[in-house]
Design a protein around this ligand. Structure first.
Ligand code: ADP
Ligand code: MG
Length: 242
C-alpha cells in the first residue's frame, strides 16, 4: 500500500507558517496535481513527505505506517522518491551508469518483488523504454537535452522501485513536445505509482490530473476535478486571476 496521508501537517520557519494544518489524502496509484501561487507551500509539502524537512506538528502516513519521524533515507527505503526542481544526475556518467548508481543506492531493492521477476538488467531496459531513453544508454548525461535529463532523473527513481513519486515542476523549461511526452509517461506511471505532481502548466494538468489540490498560504484552498477547480471563484482569485 502506497497511499499518502497528511494529517494536520504544519511547519514553521521562524515566524512563517509555510504549511498550516494541511490534511491531504492521496490514494495508492493516484496521480494528484498540486497547484497554487508562489510561496503557497507546495515544495515544502513535498519536502515534508520525503523527510527533507521535519514538521512542527502533524502526521505523515504511508499506507498504514506512520513515517513522520523517519529519516529521509529510511523513507526512500519505504519507496518514497523525490524529484527536485533542479535535476540531480551525474553529468560525467552515461545514462546507463547513472541508472546503475541509482540502483545500488537503494539496498531495499533486494526485497523487491520485481527483482525476482526480472533481472536488474532487464529492469533497466524496461525503465529506459518507459522513459524513452533506450537509444541514449551510452550518452553522457551532460549531453542530454533538458527534457531527457528530467526523464533520466525519473528513471533513477523508478529503478530504485520508488512507489511514491514526488515531482516538483517536472515540465519546467521543457519544449511543447517534451511536455507532451512527459504527459504520456505520467499516464503510463499512474496506477503503478502514487504520484504527487506540483505543476504550473495548466494544459499539462488538464492532460494528466484526476484530482487537483490547490494550496494558498500553506493551507488547502480547494480540491476537486480540474473543471471544478477552474470554475472555483476562490481559486480564480488566488491563483488563476491572470
Ligand atoms: P511554493 O513551492 O508553493 O512556491 P515553498 O514551499 O517553496 O512554496 O515556500 C513556502 C514558504 O516557505 C515561502 O514563503 C518560502 O519563502 C518559505 N520557505 C520555504 N523553505 C524555507 C526554509 N527552508 N526556511 C525558511 N523559509 C522557507
Ligand atoms: Mg516550489
Amino acid at each position: 500500500m502506497a497511499s499518502v496521508t497528511l494529517e494536520s501537517l504544519t511547519v514553521r520557519f521562524g515566524g512563517l507558517v509555510a504549511v498550516n494544518e494541511l490534511d491531504l489524502q492521496v490514494r495508492d496509484g493516484e496521480l494528484r496535481c498540486l497547484l497554487g501561487p508562489n510561496g503557497a507551500g507546495k515544495s515544502t509539502t513535498l519536502d515534508l513527505i520525503c523527510g527533507k524537512t521535519r514538521p512542527t506538528s502533524g502526521r505523515i502516513l504511508l499506507g498504514g505506517t506512520d513515517i513522520t519521524t523517519l529519516h529521509e533515507f529510511e523513507r526512500a527505503r519505504h519507496g518514497v522518491g523525490r524529484k527536485f526542481q533542479t535535476p540531480s544526475v551525474f553529468k560525467d556518467l552515461t545514462v546507463l551508469e547513472n541508472l546503475e548508481v541509482a540502483r545500488s543506492a537503494n539496498p531495499s531493492f533486494l526485497h523487491s518483488l520485481r527483482v525476482f521477476r526480472t533481472s536488474v538488467q532487464g529492469r533497466i531496459q524496461e525503465v529506459l523504454d518507459l522513459v524513452g531513453l533506450s537509444a541514449e544508454v551510452a550518452t553522457r548525461a551532460g549531453n542530454l537535452s533538458h527534457g531527457q535529463t528530467q526523464w533520466l532523473e525519473i528513471a533513477m527513481l523508478l529503478i530504485q522501485d520508488c512507489q511514491v513519486l514526488l515531482m516538483d515542476e517536472p515540465t519546467a523549461g521543457m519544449t511543447i513536445q517534451e511536455t507532451e511526452q512527459t504527459a504520456r509517461l505520467f499516464s503510463q506511471l499512474r496506477g503503478e505509482h502514487t504520484m504527487i505532481v506540483v505543476e504550473h502548466d495548466m494544459s499539462f494538468v488538464r492532460d494528466i490530473a484526476e484530482t487537483v489540490t490547490v494550496m494558498d498560504m500553506g493551507k488547502l484552498l480547494a480540491q476537486g476535478t480540474i473543471q471544478e477547480i477552474e470554475a472555483d471563484p476562490k481559486v480564480r482569485e488566488a491563483y488563476l486571476a491572470d
